[in-house]
Unconditional design. Structure first.
Length: 276
């Protein structure tokens, strides 16, 4: 009961803050700098109570509680996680708008990254009756490439999440291929193919524009901000790549990302004696 009260208090504080912030945002409309500063503050101020809600709910689930209460706590958790996702999208979009989206290039293990996305999406895919397939050729099992692992993961997660959302009782495939460009440089093609509802030509034209959803009635049913693909495309370009879609109504869609890759060495692990 005490933990539930903590969740509730954090939730109420969060609501009040969101209202204050919305008024502040309108007030700050005059200058872009104020807006950008506002977004950073908002991110912090919303994330903190939200993490308290999520953390407390998680703790509560570990304690000995009846099944119906457990289900309710799960609802608190899933709603909190959805809220965090929306918050992160809005913040990323604002960073793009103000040219503050950072890219941090490091060694990335593509195979590991792809598998982790598949793991995260497994339960949601199952709920929608979808099979998740990872198609990764042998030559991409081992090597490390230079890129931004967090951002690359964000793009793939967005594409697989969309594919799962707009497909039911079908298949979602994450496919990775390497190919050589005209000057001998190596390129990587990442494809997320689904057997879902598909997108017509008009829809394909506006997909990557901010806040746009192809079919408002469908999207209302599925939720979403209409920012995911805008952010993904922007990141893809910042990573030196390009992104597009091929689709047919009723058959499904293939979202693809192509980028130049430079191979690199695996990051050096500290020797056991150096580890804390
Ligand atoms: P969100 O999903 O948050 O609304 P996105 O930018 O990720 O925003 O997607 C924009 C729109 O593109 C979606 O609302 C949907 O209409 C359409 N869309 C995206 N992925 C797919 C897909 N795999 N199949 C069909 N429609 C899609």
């Amino acid at each position: 009961r005490r933990q539930l009260k903590a969740v509730r208090t954090a939730g109420l504080g969060f609501e009040a803050m969101a209202n204050d912030l919305a008024s502040a945002y309108h007030a700050a409309d005059a200058g872009n700098r104020a807006k950008s500063q506002f977004m950073a503050t908002m991110g912090h101020e919303i994330r903190t109570p939200l993490n308290a809600i999520l953390g407390t709910a998680e703790l509560l689930q570990l304690s000995d509680i009846p099944d119906d209460v457990r289900d309710n706590v799960q609802t608190i958790r899933s709603s909190g996680e959805a809220l965090l996702e929306v918050l992160n999208e809005i913040l990323d979009y604002s960073k793009i708008e103000y040219g503050k989206l950072e890219i941090e290039t490091r060694a990335v293990n593509l195979a590991e990254l792809s598998r982790s996305v598949m793991d995260i999406m497994a339960s949601r895919a199952k709920e929608r009756g979808n099979a998740l397939v990872l198609d990764l050729p042998d030559e991409l099992q081992r090597p490390w490439i230079k890129s931004d692992p967090t951002r690359l993961r964000q793009i793939i997660l967005n594409l697989v999440s969309n594919a799962t959302k707009f497909t039911s009782n079908g298949t979602v495939t994450l496919r990775l291929r390497e190919f050589s460009g005209p000057n001998g440089r190596q390129f990587l093609r990442i494809e997320v193919q689904d057997t879902g509802i598909g997108i017509d030509e008009e829809g394909r034209k506006k997909l990557f524009k901010p806040f746009s959803q192809v079919d408002a009635s469908i999207s209302r049913r599925f939720g979403g901000t209409g920012l995911g693909l805008t952010i993904s495309k922007e990141i893809a370009e910042r990573l030196g790549g390009r992104m597009g879609v091929d689709s047919e109504i009723g058959k499904g869609s293939t979202f693809w990302l192509e980028m130049r890759v430079d191979a690199t060495e695996a990051p050096e692990m500290p020797s056991p004696s150096e580890r804390p």
